[in-house]
Ligand binder design. Sequence first.
Ligand code: C2E
Ligand code: MG
Ligand code: MG
Ligand code: MG
Length: 278
Amino acid sequence: QAKKHAHDNFHFYSDALLEIINSNRQIESQLRLALNNNQLNLVFQPLIGNDQVIGVESLLRWNHAELGQVSPDSFIPVAEESLLICDITSWVLEKSLRTLTGFREYLPELYVSVNISGKDCLDLTKLKTRVIRALEKHQLPGSALKLELTESIFLQNIDDIKILFTELKQLGVRLAIDDFGTGFSSLAYLLNLPLDQIKIDRSFIADIDTDPAKYGVVKGITDIAKSLKIDCLAEGVETQAQKKALERMGCNHFQGYLFSRPLPTNELANLLKLDTPN
Ligand code: C2E
Ligand code: MG
Ligand code: MG
Ligand code: MG
């Protein structure tokens, strides 16, 4: 009796598991179709430095026929389960640079910041080729591009990653650490990688003007960035009070709804023409 029960349980769990696997497979195949059928698109969020728009981060959106706009937080992890993420990254790189050439009519020095998955770094040669090809195709200098990596990348071979990004840096491509402080943080990589920017995760910024502990932690991060002579950008800045608190600690690169939400191409073009960040 007990044995049979255990057997049923096993089936229950394996069925549930199968269902998850199947639904992820379904998302994956739909996502692949979306990529091929132009149902993925990009929005661009201004990056502010010294009160001006100096760059934009490209953020992926999925226009799903039934579900509407699907958040990248829900489908990027599925794409990362397969090689699909590499095709998505290639598409994002290509489309971001193509769109940037239009924006540079208004701001010739503008750059685009592209999110790179840790899975893209499993084949560094391929990543490098794709980056260089995309730049060449659009006749853009390396300085037109910034790559954002999360700390999950440091689970991989840091030496190879260092070699790749040193090469890309020689072309002018910049490198940022995204969502700083939320991942597998090790301060050692800050000394080892040719970083240009630390992006402090939104979760630290939310209460920065009211919570002394958060203020202290963020102040510490800005001091580290200063010692390393690299930029420090605060993500998710929503209020003037947060901006003031950040400025007091010497952080003057921002991204957040206070300045602008991520915008479709035409709306961003309007904003850049007017050039009136908050
Ligand atoms: P992320 O790279 O940290 O991007 C910043 C996220 O914060 C974006 O969410 C943006 O819309 C949101 N955000 C910006 N300012 C504010 C603010 O003031 N308040 C609040 N509440 N949110 C703000 P989004 O677009 O939903 O993207 C989520 C994550 O998905 C990104 O986080 C990134 O990790 C990933 N992602 C997006 N596009 C791509 C892509 O093309 N490739 C890869 N590999 N990942 C991507
Ligand atoms: Mg990012
Ligand atoms: Mg981020
Ligand atoms: Mg973030």
